[in-house]
Design a protein around this ligand. Structure first.
Ligand code: IMP
Length: 196
């Protein structure tokens, strides 16, 4: 495998993959560059969604393809928004989405603020094989939004062992312990063994 397609149109995500994969001798192309459209996330789990995106793009292009799916699971809300994290926020307004989560937890009357971020990366190779790599970070939902960094639900998530939210931590600190960082580390180890 020398060429790998990233199933994303998100410049930030593409750059993150490129920075990690090019030093391993892989040529990175993105769905945006090849003009391949996004695949609808119809699965019920992170793993299903990541795998269906990677497989569909491999079938369409003939290249090995890597796709990811991620989200925030809040225990007091029975794991929601989970795989629906991107769609939970109205018009992708994550400021509103975070307020909704804080309100929903308050409405349950539960003291339990535990939550986790989950990320599954799927690698599909031509011929049908799919490999998945999972990363998880446990933590708690803060009482209010804090910080001005990051994206999505970063400002209400305090990783276990820390007092600061992902929105208050530096990018380097977040990447070192995040769900995506952890899944990527597993994927990189796998690619190193595959490429010798
Ligand atoms: P995906 O692009 O379908 O994987 O959507 C994942 C959604 O989950 C994003 O739109 C974010 O709202 C949320 N999410 C995933 N990872 C993070 C993170 O590291 N910080 C904050 N929100 C995240």
């Amino acid at each position: 495998m020398k060429k790998i397609l990233i199933a994303s149109h998100n410049e930030g995500k593409i750059k993150e993959f490129r920075d990690i994969l090019e030093p391993l001798g892989l040529e990175v192309v993105s769905a945006a560059e090849l003009n391949v459209s996004d695949v609808e996330e119809t699965g019920k789990t992170f793993e299903e969604n990541a795998a269906l995106k990677a497989e569909a793009m491999t079938r369409e292009t003939g290249f090995a393809c890597i796709a990811d799916d991620s989200g925030l699971c809040v225990n007091a809300l029975s794991g929601r928004p989970g795989v629906y994290s991107a769609r939970y926020a109205p018009d992708r307004d994550f400021g509103k989405g975070m307020d909704m989560i804080l309100e929903e937890i308050a409405a349950t009357g539960s003291e339990d603020r535990s939550a986790y971020f989950m990320c599954v990366l799927a690698l599909a190779v031509p011929g049908g094989e799919v490999y998945t790599f999972e990363g998880k970070v446990d933590g708690n939902i803060s009482l209010e939004k804090r910080g001005d960094r990051g994206f999505g639900y970063d400002k209400i998530f305090v990783p276990k062992g820390y007092d600061l939210t992902f929105g208050e931590l530096s990018k380097e600190e977040k990447n070192a312990l995040s769900h995506r960082g952890r899944a990527l580390q597993k994927f990189v180890e796998f690619m190193k063994t595959k490429n010798g």
